[in-house]
Design a binder for this molecule. Structure first.
Ligand code: PHE
Length: 339
């Protein structure tokens, strides 16, 4: 019996605990009901009475040793797996695209900062608007055909609540507050029920500008937008105004910039005209000032609105507007370095 005990002790000490399976094998081999240690306990009957005390002690020692051994190795194995997980260095470079700003965000930020340098502050308004802020206060009478120009998405077929079709609604919200003078730009998302194509989308982004004070004139409008065009597209950029129509401005105009790709010589981006239209603008219609509680005899103002997609496409020579919304990493990666 003593020999057997010593043999087992040796086996136990030499056992290799490589993995969880080895733990289980150890338990089955030595400690389970049919294992070698319980078998020795069963043999205890045949031990001579004078040896029983010694054998009993040795047997118990063996059993305790095997149990301790199993337990410490089990703990060691568990610890190993957790340290393996915690030694994973998540800060190591992965070699993949680490993320960057979306081109529309880059351009929005740049436009904002140009106007901020002129003293404009950023204002925001809700994307879900009522008829008053999106249309009526902006001098769109009911049934006016200009409402059709805007392909409005209504909410729950309620003709009073819609997704804003332009950021001009923010003008109204700011003017209503009655704090004069006003000098704001309002960047934001707008919605129109238009078929999606390379040049149009039902969701896009605009930046609105509004300046109201005493004696604001069309010359102020021109100078402000000229400064913007030169800051954004480069010092050589020229601008021109063409008469246009918006219900909320009178006089109204559209502004073109000389094509930044060909410098005005003519290319396929500017359709060989040398000019690209980038925004609508005009003097705030006195009806709009009055609807927002501002005395139109005392105050005048100008407003302008531009599509961020259009300007981003020009700046980075992007020929399909849908790329902005598809989250294709191959497209977004190209802007990774730009802050
Ligand atoms: N809100 C007009 C549009 O979406 C743009 C605009 C804004 C025109 C301000 C004039 C003044 O087309």
């Amino acid at each position: 019996m003593k020999e057997k005990i010593e043999q087992l002790l040796q086996q136990i000490e030499q056992f290799k605990f490589t993995d969880k399976e080895a733990l289980e094998n150890f338990r089955l081999k030595f400690l389970s009901k049919k294992g070698l240690i319980p078998a020795l306990f069963a043999d205890f009957k045949s031990v001579a009475p004078e040896d029983r005390k010694e054998m009993g002690l040795l047997l118990n020692e063996l059993k305790n040793k095997a149990q301790d051994y199993l337990k410490t190795n089990q703990e060691a194995l568990e610890q190993q797996t957790t340290t393996a997980a915690s030694t994973l260095d998540v800060t190591l470079p992965s070699g993949h695209f680490k993320g960057g700003r979306h081109p529309l965000s880059i351009v929005r930020k740049e436009i904002n900062s140009i106007f901020e340098r002129l003293g404009f502050v950023i204002s925001e308004g809700p994307e879900i608007e009522d008829d008053f802020h999106n249309f009526s206060a902006l001098n769109f009478p009911p049934e006016h055909p200009a409402r059709d120009m805007q392909d409005t998405f209504f909410i729950h077929k309620n003709p009073d609540i819609a997704l804003r079709t332009h950021t001009s609604s923010v003008q109204v919200r700011v003017m209503e507050q009655g704090k004069l003078p006003v000098r704001i730009i309002a960047p934001g998302r707008v919605f129109r029920n238009e078929a999606i194509s390379a040049r149009a989308h039902c969701i896009f982004h605009q930046i609105e500008g509004l300046y109201i004070d005493k004696e604001v004139s069309f010359a102020d409008l021109k100078q402000t937008l000229y400064y913007f065009a030169q800051e954004f597209f480069g010092k050589k950029t020229r601008i021109r105004f063409r008469p246009s129509y918006f219900p909320f401005t009178e006089t109204s105009a559209e502004m073109d910039v000389s094509c930044n790709i060909c410098g005005g010589k003519g290319c396929n981006i500017c359709k060989y005209s040398g000019w690209v239209e980038i925004l609508g603008c005009g003097m705030v219609d006195p009806n709009v000032l009055e609807a927002c509680g501002i005395d139109s005899n005392e105050y005048t103002g100008f407003a302008f609105g531009m599509g961020i997609e259009r300007i981003t496409m020009m700046k980075y020579q992007i020929n399909d507007l849908r790329l902005f919304f598809e989250n294709d990493i191959r497209f977004l990666q190209q802007f990774e370095q730009i802050q």
